[in-house]
Ligand binder design. Structure first.
Ligand code: XIL
Length: 299
């Protein structure tokens, strides 16, 4: 196969990218998107501040535009993200308690209902755990509404769009030995045991190079999968785009049947939120980098 999407499809997987909707007007960008990828995630346009900038006023334009673009080209859409401590609109950041809980659940319901039937996977909750050795939940306005906010969000999403796969998504849950990884694992296990509707775990996988691509990544993927959830590599980028780390990441996903696909967090280095680290598969001119060939050959 000669494209990432077609190569991934040989094993029933997808290969996707984050898309900045305003760049769809850039034909060099959109040509690569349409040629190479069969899955998209909105880089910012389906976040809470983008979709509900004022309480009760929803802005569907950019999200709808991406969904349209994707569906007319048979690309699957990952919804990102229904509940998160970051990129909240001011009105939500200033809320607390039951009022915030209700507003969060209403947002989940409204958004999942609007996109019902069009989203393959939702990142229902993003980044709810603390970094470091504590294994604790992240302190946030949402967490302060009561630690059952995560399961409440998942239940609301299931009710609103019963056919979407519902994921928990986070970073620094790649190394199996990290306290944060273990804490997320225990939450997913608990949810499965108690029947909280969760279908998948997303590992963002923002790697900083060979040194932080963990040799036990495959163990992490397979251990989550063994709980009865799918796993997704949702936001892959690697500092300086070393070919070996990209190749290992692909091979680890392919080794785990429940690893359903890989999404890179942008197309060209110049599109990246980490553009100074050149972490992607295409250079600023849209040329394939060495890491691109490593990924294509591994798929
Ligand atoms: C980033 C975007 O790439 C940036 O454009 C934005 O300014 C900040 O957010 N984890 C996530 C993504 O789940 O939503 C973040 O995306 C990167 C880290």
């Amino acid at each position: 196969e000669t494209t990432l999407g077609a190569a991934a499809a040989q094993s029933g997987r997808y290969f996707g990218t984050a898309v900045a909707v305003n760049r769809l007007n850039d034909s060099a960008y959109t040509n690569i998107l349409n040629r190479e990828f069969n899955q998209v995630t909105a880089e910012n346009e389906m976040k809470i501040d983008a979709l509900q900038p004022q309480q009760g006023q929803f802005n569907w334009g950019n999200g709808d535009r991406l969904v349209q673009h994707a569906r007319s080209r048979n690309m699957q859409v990952r919804g990102h993200t229904l509940a998160w401590h970051s990129q909240q609109p001011d009105w939500m950041r200033n809320m607390s308690g039951q009022q915030l809980r209700n507003a969060m659940l209403n947002h989940v319901t409204q958004v999942a209902t609007h996109y019902r039937g069009q989203i393959a996977w939702w990142d229902v909750v993003n980044e709810a755990f603390e970094d470091g050795s504590s294994g604790a939940r992240r302190n946030s306005n949402l967490e302060r509404t009561g630690s059952d906010w995560i399961e409440a969000a998942f239940r609301a999403a299931r009710t609103a769009d019963p056919n979407a796969q519902l994921c928990y998504n986070d970073y620094n849950i790649d190394n199996w030995n990290d306290a944060k990884t273990q804490a997320v694992y225990r939450m997913v296990r608990d949810f499965k045991q108690r029947g909280v509707p969760i279908d998948c775990v997303g590992l963002q996988s923002h790697f900083t190079g060979g040194s932080n691509y963990p040799s036990n990544y495959r163990t992490t993927l397979s251990s989550f999968a063994a709980l009865g959830v799918d796993v997704h590599i949702t936001e892959l980028d690697i500092r300086n785009a070393p070919s070996d780390a990209y190749r290992n990441t692909v091979n680890d996903c392919l080794a785990v049947p429940r690893c359903k696909g890989i999404t890179v967090w942008g197309i060209r280095d110049s599109d990246s939120w980490r553009s100074n680290e050149s972490p992607l598969l295409f250079d600023g001119g849209g040329n394939k980098k060495a890491a691109y060939n490593a990924v294509l050959n591994a798929l």
